[in-house]
Design a protein around this ligand. Structure first.
Ligand SMILES: *Cc1c(COP(=O)(O)O)cnc(C)c1O
Length: 453
């Protein structure tokens, strides 16, 4: 063992190797010194447990591998071949070319973020996005914040602090990542009043719970689960009518921000912000990066005076949206205005991609890869807190491998990483969520990983 310790290269030997010197030039002496020391520390641990000392080449390769992964910018691009269109772990919605360009321009220089170019006076960062949202949804007023969780938090804080909010027992839900309606309510200072039962709640349950302390009725869309069987819940129209009759604001957490009719794609009907506005809902909340297909954002639309109350709340500054998101959100919303959402917005293009096109791409991939690759029928999902349980028929590239989990792991660690699914001992890749200009990169990675295996 002593001789193993003795044969371990010194810090200086590793650091002065020409390959490591190139990294010292790129990063810094201090950063590389720390990394080399850590590697030698690990190696001494291995030797102490009876292992062999790594050679200089091994250490250099290890150090180089670590610099590449430790200090690369993250998050960086991966290829989503899972067939889950809105994959929260993969950053939800990819942006349209126009939305990317808008964010790039806003980022690379100065921007008219809070300057009215006409008057030369201070303007609102919300002006453009607010105008577009009003036009698209018919709402009187609109404001964008950091994400939908913060939209709900500020909305409830502004409307319900110190008062009661009536929620159906079936909608006191967890949205994910530990974000629960009852907890948000507590944070906002509002008191949750649950009515009805887990499976059946009626408008009259809400009505009977109204007291002098009632600040609002809240309806939250069950975006990530489905209750089936003996169920009932009042429609948003019923609740809006009740709210109007009793003078109580009705708040609607829509989740996805779906501006298109999803039934045209063979999917269940996802509630739309414009329908909530038409029903007379006081405030609606939704995400920017789910079915809206834009950047992370939370959007609040509704009547002018309530939206103003929300905008003036002290939390508004804490949940403020940044200029990059605003620019790309405005560019995304413009696609809807121009009637080009399905062609331009990636999530809609993916959802709308015809069966023939998917089959052709999967077949092309299989043909390029040869033996071991086949086309199989399968299902894509929308995911990301939208349309739970809904699927879209697709064609998959199926790769047979002696160890499917191992192949999936090699694909994941490739450059660019390819995220696939393992199904019935095969690795399957769904063309639906692979951007068309990523097809060649995907094939190169798959070919490389199959050759390794
Ligand atoms: C996704 C979702 C949220 C949270 O939205 P984020 O934009 O992720 O903060 C809130 N409510 C519902 C119903 C959701 O589906």
């Amino acid at each position: 063992m002593t001789s193993e310790f003795r044969s371990l290269p010194s810090v200086n030997a590793v650091l002065s190797d020409w390959r490591v010197q190139k990294l010292v030039d790129e990063y810094s002496h201090g950063a590389m010194l720390e990394l080399v020391r850590a590697k030698l520390h690990d190696a001494r641990g291995v030797i102490a447990c009876g292992g062999e000392a790594p050679g200089l080449d091994d250490l250099v390769a290890d150090v180089a591998g670590d610099t590449a992964s430790l200090w690369r910018p993250r998050p960086s691009q991966v290829i989503n071949a899972t067939g889950v269109v809105l994959h929260t772990n993969l950053g939800r919605a990819p942006l349209s070319g126009e939305a990317v360009e808008a964010a790039r321009l806003a980022a690379a220089g100065y921007a008219d973020l809070e300057l009215d170019l006409e008057t030369g006076r201070r303007g609102s960062r919300q002006a453009q996005v607010s105008r577009l949202l009003r036009q698209l949804t018919g709402a009187e007023a609109a404001v964008a914040v950091n994400n939908n969780a913060s939209a709900l938090l500020i909305g409830l804080s502004a409307v319900a602090s110190g008062k009661e909010v009536i929620v159906s027992r079936g909608e006191a839900i967890e949205i994910g990542g530990g974000f629960r309606i009852p907890d948000v309510m507590r944070q906002s200072g509002g008191a949750l009043v649950e009515v009805g039962t887990t499976n059946r709640t009626y408008a009259r349950d809400f009505e009977e719970a109204i007291t002098d302390d009632t600040a609002a009725i809240l309806s939250a869309h069950a975006s990530n689960f489905r209750v089936t069987g003996f169920t009932h819940s009042p429609t948003i129209d019923d609740l809006a009518e009740l709210g109007r009759r009793r003078g109580i604001p009705v708040l609607h957490d829509l989740g996805s921000g779906c501006l298109l009719d999803t039934t045209q794609f063979g999917l269940a009907r996802e509630p739309r912000p414009q329908d909530s506005v038409a029903a007379g809902v006081s405030l609606s909340f939704f995400s920017g990066d789910k079915l809206l297909g834009g950047p992370q954002a939370g959007i609040i639309i509704g009547g002018r005076s309530l939206v103003d109350t929300v905008s003036r709340h002290p939390l508004a500054r804490a949940v403020r949206i940044d200029k990059l998101s605003l620019a790309s959100l405005a560019a995304t919303l413009a696609h809807y205005l121009k009637g080009e959402a399905v062609e331009k917005i990636p999530v809609w293009r993916m959802i709308a991609e015809p069966r023939d096109s998917l089959r052709e791409r999967a077949s092309d991939w299989a043909a390029h890869l040869g033996g071991g690759a086949a086309v199989a029928e399968g299902l894509s999902t929308v995911g990301g807190g939208s349309l739970p349980g809904e699927t879209l028929p697709t064609s998959l590239l199926s790769l047979r491998a002696s160890n499917a989990a191992d192949l999936a792991s090699r694909l994941r660690r490739a450059s660019p990483p390819v995220i696939a699914r393992v199904k019935d001992a095969a690795v399957v890749l769904d063309p639906r969520t692979v951007l068309h200009d990523q097809d060649d990169a995907l094939l190169a990675v798959v070919r490389g990983c199959l050759a390794e295996g």
